[in-house]
Design a protein around this ligand. Structure first.
Ligand code: AHR
Length: 505
């Protein structure tokens, strides 16, 4: 096999930032089989005494998810949170207009908090400002966070939850620029709503932090203007600006698909510049960080799902199969590269969420009777979440480059390093984007001194379209590679995602 030559330098002094562990967050929405049939299925043999699937809890625990955004997503646009609290047998069934389904409300705020406790995650709670508004957000906040002594806090106590949930992070709506959204708003309308909602919520509970909704994506008409107007109006009250990014590969062009993560870097950096500009313009002291709270690959099921929703007529199903992406090997490479980009931008991005967690656009898939398998994207997420905690270190990378359909000068080597908390290990996450050629890398670790490689995990496959299924759950699995004898040398297989752990002597 032919090989290319590359070089990287990592030095202790090239610090990007201390990594906020919440970048390993995820997203759970009342959509398809994410909640019903995913998190919750009292009929399943693995169900615990609350009806939650223990096999799913175990898999989520493997991913070590610090924060989970919920309950939507588009679902939130017509959600009435009061429907999902109190005795279950009196909870109303309601049409969910986002996904054209019936919501049974069997899982609501308190059950969500119970489940989050089981997986050791904190909540990012999204409020409905599209069809409800400020008062509704305040009532939910009071229900969740006040000890007792008001109507809504006492209502929570009467529902069996004596202790407040004390949710710290609150998101003001979701993708309100989207034409598909019930309650779509113009940039100025949303900016005012976000400002007034955040202001009132912070007046009610000074301990909370607020995430304001950015555009649904860079491709939408008001992108840029939306963010600028929002910060202009609401600067003092916003802690995080939410960004969303899904990548598609409808052309089945692997080289171009892998190159798209360059655009992901640019997206984060350009919003970072806008935030800086607005800080100067508004003479503000408030640093707004980025919450990249929906990121992933999404295209395999998109067209058929959207058609089935549109053409469903008067059939309103409960928890149907929707957005169940059979992620293939190249999707896992892109997910791995997106994680590398998040680490590289960890000075800006303090919260992120792969969308979503179970069954819907998910690393974890379930079927009835305690059957669970791991989509390909599970593995880069698992390893990056496990070993990507500490301080992110910028690499200086010299690599051959390629051109693709939409990009020029795409480096074959993409890499970032993480120094762990106690500074005993350096972990490099690296991708070789070459379709056919191995990459021989000369590694320069400068002030880290002498290193010993202690582990090389790689995700490789000869078939970019290989997927894991219930019947064949092990087609795409990471492997433990032979360790390089000298820390200064490294060889990566073509089309591979790699994790290299080095002990610092
Ligand atoms: O994650 C699926 C959907 O994608 C979410 O509901 C929405 O916010 C986004 O458009």
């Amino acid at each position: 096999m032919m090989s290319n030559k590359a070089r990287f330098v990592f030095d202790k002094d090239y610090v990007i930032s201390k990594i906020d562990n919440r970048i390993y967050g995820s997203f759970v929405e009342n959509l398809g089989r994410c909640v019903y049939g995913g998190l919750y299925d009292p009929e399943d043999p693995t169900a615990d005494s609350d009806g939650f699937r223990q096999d799913v809890i175990d898999a989520v625990n493997e991913l070590n998810v610090p924060m989970i955004r919920l309950p939507g997503g588009n679902f939130v646009a017509t959600y009435v949170w009061e429907d999902g609290v109190g005795p279950r047998d009196t909870r109303p069934r309601k049409p969910d207009l986002a996904w054209k389904c019936i919501e049974t409300n069997q899982i609501g705020t308190n059950e969500y908090m119970d489940w989050l406790n089981k997986v050791g995650a904190e909540a990012m709670m999204t409020v409905n400002v599209g069809t409800r508004g400020i008062l509704d957000a305040l009532n939910l906040l009071d229900y969740c966070n006040r000890e007792s002594g008001t109507y809504y806090s006492d209502l929570r106590v009467s529902h069996g939850y004596k202790k407040p949930h004390r949710i710290k992070t609150w998101a003001i709506g979701n993708e309100l620029d989207g034409v598909w959204q019930v309650g779509q708003q113009t940039p100025f309308e949303y900016a005012r709503v976000a400002r007034e909602t955040a202001k009132a919520m912070k007046r009610q509970d000074g301990s909370i932090q607020v995430v304001a909704a950015g555009s649904a994506g860079q491709e939408y008409p008001t992108f840029g203007e939306w963010e600028q107007t929002l910060i202009q109006e609401a600067h003092p009250f916003i802690d995080y600006l939410s960004l969303h990014q899904y990548y598609l590969n409808v052309e089945q062009d692997t080289a171009n698909f892998l190159a798209k993560t360059l655009a992901f870097d640019d997206y984060i950096k350009s919003i970072g510049s806008l935030i800086d500009y607005m800080k100067v313009k508004n003479k503000s002291k408030n640093d707004i960080h980025i919450s990249l709270d929906e990121w992933n690959v999404w295209y395999h099921t998109r067209k058929d799902d959207m058609a089935s929703i549109r053409d469903r007529g008067e059939d309103w199903p409960i928890a149907p199969k929707l957005l169940e992406e059979p992620y293939n090997f190249e999707d896992a490479l892109v997910a791995g590269a997106m994680l590398i980009a998040l680490l590289r931008n960890s000075d800006r991005v303090k919260i992120a969420a792969y969308a979503q967690l179970v069954n819907v656009l998910a690393p974890i898939m379930t079927d009835k009777n305690g059957q669970l398998w791991k989509n390909t994207i599970f593995y880069p997420i698992y390893y990056t979440s496990k070993y990507g905690r500490g301080t992110a270190i910028q690499g200086v990378i010299e690599s051959p480059k390629y051109d693709s359909r939409d990009f020029t000068d795409v480096p074959l080597l993409d890499a970032v390093a993480v120094l762990n908390e106690d500074e005993t290990e350096l972990t490099v996450f690296a991708i070789n984007k070459s379709l056919k050629e191995r990459l021989d890398i000369q590694c320069d670790f400068r002030s880290f001194g002498q290193l010993d490689m202690i582990q090389h995990i790689a995700l490789e496959n000869s078939d970019v379209y290989a997927v894991n299924t219930l019947a064949d759950p092990k087609r795409v699995l990471p492997t433990e590679k032979e360790r390089a004898k000298e820390a200064g040398q490294l060889s990566l297989e073509p089309l591979s995602w790699n994790m290299l752990r080095y002990r610092i002597k």
